[in-house]
Design a protein around this ligand. Sequence first.
Ligand SMILES: Nc1ncnc2c1ncn2[C@@H]1O[C@H](COP(=O)(O)OP(=O)(O)OP(=O)(O)O)[C@@H](O)[C@H]1O
Ligand SMILES: [Mg+2]
Length: 221
Amino acid sequence: MILRVRDVHKSFPQPGGTLEVLRGVELEVREGETVAILGTSGSGKSTLLSLLAGLDAPTRGSVEVAGQDLAALDEAGLAAFRASQLGIVFQQYHLLGGLTALENTSLPLELHDVAAPDAETRARDALERVGLGERLGHFPHELSGGEQQRVAIARALVVEPALILADEPSGSLDDRTGEIVMGLLFDLVAKQGTTLVLVTHSDPLAARCDRALRLRDGVLA
Ligand SMILES: Nc1ncnc2c1ncn2[C@@H]1O[C@H](COP(=O)(O)OP(=O)(O)OP(=O)(O)O)[C@@H](O)[C@H]1O
Ligand SMILES: [Mg+2]
């Protein structure tokens, strides 16, 4: 199993009482599997992905990625683990505004001590695969929302991670564009045999995954 989630709970203390968003999530994902996570807005999908990425800690329960219990790692260990094992596509793209598409994409490789010319070649290749070969020198503000999301996908794929966690963009992209961009990610992942956990609102896209689960009342079913 590349991913093992056991009895994960997540609560947020609020002035009016504790908000229990996740209430015992169980999930096991095999290597190379594609899993869609559906659920209404506010059901906790992004919260769950941030726990899988080790960006936040569960209130209770455990998350294991590639045999590593995330709770056993400190901040630096988590950062190194994410850089080497995970490709993350957030709902907000988190591109660095001062860097071009090419620089944003090659950054994870450079953090990995890949030599600059090699990193640039691989980044260019990743951007070509998402159809942005003509936009290498553009800064994020010079790209459309869908293009920015595609840069985020190229950046997630470039290190050839063991597991990709992707949150479908909402708000800034219309549904159709979001679906096209996530479909592109799906195609690339399928070609490489990478494991994917994909949050999506699209039933057709979910149907293309090996499994589709729904997050409801704090549990996955
Ligand atoms: N840091 C936080 N503090 C308090 N409440 C939070 C926090 N993060 C998320 N929540 C609440 O948890 C619930 C789940 O949020 P989450 O972002 O996971 O939803 P989602 O399923 O991703 O929704 P969407 O489809 O709109 O992206 C929401 O009601 C949200 O207000
Ligand atoms: Mg969300």
